[in-house]
Design a binder for this molecule. Structure first.
Ligand SMILES: *Cc1c(COP(=O)(O)O)cnc(C)c1O
Length: 492
């Protein structure tokens, strides 16, 4: 309930400070994601510029010309960084997800105009594409055709080409993809898309503000931006490696013939004629201003300096992981994201995750393959050594304690990742969401989901019979491998 009488502001600030205590500890760089930090000075400067436009609203570019100008300059600077030309256009958005949603929506609506026979629009994407494309499919009724990637986790160009059909309104790939930091073969996909006359979106939410500096630092990288003719749009997050405040991303298109289809105009609303370039109505001025400020304050030299340090951390992590028996880096990450997996059948990477968490690290677990994800920032460099030491200890410990994989979060993640009935998993995750967003909004106890009486039948069933189901699955899997071996084929 809203307090009947407003409370003392000082008390509230103290209370809020206290609430942060259980949060992921990004200040000590023990969190490998979610917070992009370019040092205290830059941080304070961001807050100042954000504050200047704290109250302003980007909804109406005529009322706030300052914001319109800053948005235009952020888009222009981004476009030129991505080797666009004077025709390149775009908008700022609230984040990578919105940029992706809009790129899909624009492609769908462009197809409605140019290929009106398409009833069931589809997009062709590698399985490693960011989940925001799944969200776009869900929201906009564009079917996502997921194409398996190669063993190196890169998009399989031949398979992508085969998946393009008469209903395809968009092909998308990543530079780099989120799960393993691997850059898809954009040049080859661009050629395929040009031939098939379908637009190609490059999701560079991570890479947009990273790869240009990596290239300038002299590392070999394939071309992936507007230099590839087939590329028609790119998403790049300023609130990631652009080191802006949160709520800032850019989606750019090769020319207006694509961007046009992103816009929304209503002429009949009693509230007046309404035109909107992107998804929100009200747009916070602070995030637009802070993005403009960040790019101008850092400049190419600032970004290069941050990237040099970041790559130092990435290289040290890769080398350190290679030295630990039982784990390996997934694929060949070329940017600032690294994932590692177990190479030892008796080593459960999720147990390693639990162990690292107990040592105070925030850990991102991934599935298919089961691995741990690291987003590396310049400010992580000082902790790389202690991370590697803890990781080595965790791996050794887990190898001598195989039972750890049956307890804690490891058991739950292991099961959730392996259960073949994805509908069941979806249902139970849906239940968790309902629990989190209902009543008092308490966080459910993940390790003991299903143990409670009001956890719902499905969760209870998974909790109760999960181990048996997994054992059964393992037997089926083993049976399949035996048969395949007898037939002389490899298994996947
Ligand atoms: C982060 C990311 C997104 C989504 O961006 P949000 O800002 O989290 O909405 C999409 N694609 C890739 C490759 C990303 O790294």
């Amino acid at each position: 309930m809203i307090p009947e009488k407003g409370r003392d502001k000082k008390d509230l600030l103290v209370e809020m400070q206290a609430m942060r205590e259980g949060d992921a500890n990004w200040q000590d760089a023990r969190t490998w994601s979610m917070v992009y930090y370019a040092g205290e000075q830059h941080h304070d400067f961001l807050k100042q510029s954000h504050n200047l436009f704290f109250a302003e609203n980007g909804l109406n570019p005529i009322a706030f010309k300052s914001l319109k100008r800053m948005e235009a300059e952020v888009v222009r600077m981004t476009a030129s960084m991505l080797h666009g030309d004077e025709k390149t256009v775009g908008t700022m958005t609230s984040g990578g997800t919105e940029s992706v949603l809009l790129a899909v929506k624009a492609a769908r609506d462009r197809a409605r105009r140019h290929k009106p026979w398409i009833r069931r629009p589809e997009m062709v994407v590698p399985r490693t594409i960011h989940v925001a494309f799944g969200k776009a499919a869900h929201y906009f009724g564009v079917k996502a055709r997921y194409v398996d990637v190669g063993p190196d986790q890169r998009a399989d160009v031949g398979a992508m080409r085969k998946a393009i059909g008469r209903n395809t309104v968009l092909v998308a790939a990543s530079a780099p993809q989120y799960p393993h930091g691997v850059v898809d073969p954009i040049e080859e996909l661009g050629a395929v898309c040009e031939l098939a006359k379908v637009p190609l979106h490059v999701d560079a939410c991570f890479g947009g503000f990273a790869l240009p500096w990596i290239e300038r630092l002299g590392r070999p990288l394939p071309v992936w931006d507007f230099r590839v003719d087939g590329v028609t749009s790119i998403s790049a997050d300023v609130h990631k490696y652009g080191y802006a405040a949160k709520g800032a991303s850019v989606v750019v298109y090769r020319d207006m013939s694509y961007l046009r289809h992103q816009f929304f105009v209503s002429t009949d609303w009693p509230g007046g004629i309404y035109a909107s370039p992107s998804m929100p109505g009200t747009r916070p001025g602070g995030s637009i201003a802070a993005a403009w400020a960040a790019m101008n304050a850092l400049g190419c030299d600032g970004y290069l300096r941050l990237m040099r340090t970041t790559l130092e951390a990435v290289d040290a992590l890769k080398a350190g992981i290679a030295e630990i028996d039982g784990i390996e880096v997934v694929g060949e990450p070329q940017a600032t994201v690294v994932a590692y997996q177990s190479t030892d059948a008796t080593l459960d990477i999720y147990a390693v995750a639990d162990r690292l968490e107990a040592k105070g690290w925030t850990v991102d677990r991934q599935q298919a393959p089961a691995c741990i994800h690291l987003t590396v920032n310049a400010h992580n460099l000082p902790v790389v050594e202690s991370y590697l030491a803890d990781l080595a200890e965790a791996v050794t410990w887990c190898r001598s304690h195989p039972e750890a994989s049956a307890s804690g979060n490891a058991a739950m993640y292991g099961m959730m990742a392996k259960i073949p009935f994805r509908g069941l998993v979806k249902l139970s995750v849906g239940k968790i969401m309902e629990a989190m967003y209902s009543g008092d909004g308490e966080m459910p106890d993940l390790a003991n989901l299903g143990a409670g009486e009001d956890d719902g039948l499905i969760l209870q069933a998974i909790h109760k019979y999960g181990d048996q189901a997994m054992a059964l699955l393992d037997r089926v899997q083993a049976g399949r491998s035996a048969i395949a071996a007898r037939l002389g084929r490899g298994t996947r």
